[in-house]
Design a protein around this ligand. Structure first.
Ligand code: CU
Length: 486
């Protein structure tokens, strides 16, 4: 049975500013392919029509096609990454998930502000091998435009399944896309994911590899090695980046070019911010604009050597050594009348004052605390994940500051489900613009304060490390949001 949401859901995410942008002469990107009725299997992109997106999503292992890559890749509808879904605020989404894996699975809609319960973003739902279920939810009418991430969240095997290839993307269209300069840009979604080499064993890692979080040596973009992107001289390229890797942290730079940051995990920022390079931890997204203002030629999108903290000199297992790796190649092709950068994007409202502050300390303990008896248990505030225990109880409608402390020798990207947050304080030196985030990287020894309002949706949800091996080994807590939806 599925729960249907007939009610429109509302949340506070700066609607006043969206109305201002709409009044400014917007261009609506036209929607392609209709899904209603036809539900084409195997399509690379599926867009909603008439307020609904319905699709079958089949999770299964297929023969790998990455040169030098694993013999088997885990796919959605035969693809890794799976189809790109494109919806509008207010749309109903129906996903018929079929599990053709040999282990249970489920879906998490990373970053979406939808209920954590019923048949929506419910990570406590499990779909047995051979089984199926229907995810059925409505994108709130005032949801932020952004890039969101579908992936399995089956505790204990999340990392196996994500490292094996399961990932999907979902775009919510909105005011950001209607800003004329944005509408004029050409857009590419880039799913960054590392794969094991053919000789590696992608599934069920044990011991150290699992403790550090598995990284593979093959750095793919949308499942391909070094794909080509084209940009016109004078043109504007919008790159929508998702780190769908299990553990790898990317330090990205585009040869010969700067990037302009326009959106973070949960949506747009107020104005473009110049970036020389971009750090992207697992689960994080970034939207950048690139101007085609250099000499005609080819330029590489590079993954520069990251600086893992890891006191044991670890955290980059399987990383290419030395200088950067080329992830993709940007090639100039044609010319257009030079396009300008947008001057203003979407204001990010200041959050209400917090009603209380909590502290979350991430670390690990030796001695079989993990749910899989690996002799290693990751913990938050001294406890490994237990789905039957509520770790944190908050009131619907309240605002809190959470101090997240990484007391460990490894890096931990902290992710909160259901509600986006703002970073109010961090050990990073560089001041960051106010932004909507759902994942924040904490290097070993770092701490940060995030501010979150628990809006619209009561129920049980989770927060965890997005190094998914760490999550599977216990670095996750249960959040209960008490209250009645308004
Ligand atoms: Cu971690």
């Amino acid at each position: 049975m599925t729960t249907r949401l007939h009610r429109r859901q509302f949340l506070f995410l700066g609607m006043g500013s969206i109305a201002t942008v709409l009044a400014g002469g917007a261009v609506v990107r036209s929607m392609q392919s209709s899904s209603r009725g036809s539900r084409p299997a195997g399509a690379a992109r599926l867009s909603s029509s008439a307020g609904e997106l319905e699709l079958d999503l089949v999770a299964e292992a297929r023969a790998g096609t990455i040169p030098g890559g694993p013999a088997k890749v885990l796919t959605y509808n035969g693809r890794s990454p799976g189809p790109l879904l494109e919806v509008n605020p207010g749309d109903r989404v129906l996903i018929h998930l079929q599990n053709r894996l040999n282990q249970p699975t489920n879906l998490h809609f990373h970053g979406l502000h939808i209920p954590p319960t019923g048949s929506a973003d419910n990570v406590f739902l499990h779909v047995a091998p051979g089984g199926s279920t229907t995810y059925d939810f409505t994108i709130p009418s005032n949801h932020q435009a952004g890039l969101f991430y579908l992936h399995p969240h089956q505790h204990g095997v999340s990392a196996d399944q994500v490292f094996g290839g399961l990932a999907g993307t979902l775009i919510v269209r909105g005011a950001l896309d209607r800003i004329p300069e944005m509408a004029a840009a050409s857009e590419h979604v880039l799913v960054l994911k590392d794969f094991a080499s053919g000789s590696g064993n992608p599934g069920s890692a044990m011991g150290m590899g699992r403790m550090l979080g598995r990284e593979g040596p093959l750095l793919t973009v949308n499942g391909a090695l070094n794909p080509e992107l084209s940009i016109a001289s004078g043109g504007l390229l919008r790159l929508r980046l998702l780190n769908a890797s299990n553990a790898r942290i990317y330090r990205l730079a585009l040869e010969g070019h700067t990037m302009q940051l326009i959106a973070t995990d949960g949506g747009a920022i107020a104005k473009p911010e110049l970036l020389e390079e971009l750090l992207l931890a697992p689960g994080e997204r970034a939207d950048v604009l690139v101007q085609g203002n250099q000499r005609v030629g080819s330029y590489s999108l590079q993954a520069l050597p990251s600086q893992p903290s890891g006191h044991m000199g670890m955290g980059a297992m399987g990383s290419p050594a030395g200088s950067g790796s080329t992830l993709a190649t940007l090639r100039y092709s044609g010319a257009v009348k030079p396009l300008a950068l947008p001057m203003a994007l979407i204001p990010v409202p200041e959050m209400p004052a917090p009603e209380r502050t909590r502290r979350f300390v991430m670390g690990h303990a030796m001695g079989g605390m993990g749910s899989h008896g690996m002799g290693m248990g990751f913990q938050i505030n001294g406890a490994s994940f237990d789905p039957n225990r509520i770790d944190t109880r908050v009131e619907l409608g309240s605002t809190e500051d959470w101090v997240i402390v990484n007391n460990d020798v490894m890096d931990h990207p902290f992710h909160l489900h259901t509600n986006s947050f703002q970073i109010v304080n961090s050990s990073e030196q560089r001041p960051a613009p106010r932004a909507w985030k759902d994942t924040i990287l904490l290097r070993a020894g770092q701490e940060a304060t995030i501010r979150v309002s628990f809006q619209d949706f009561p129920g049980r949800t989770v927060y965890h490390c997005h190094n998914l091996d760490h999550e599977d080994l216990g670095l996750m807590g249960v959040l209960q949001i008490d209250g009645k939806p308004s």
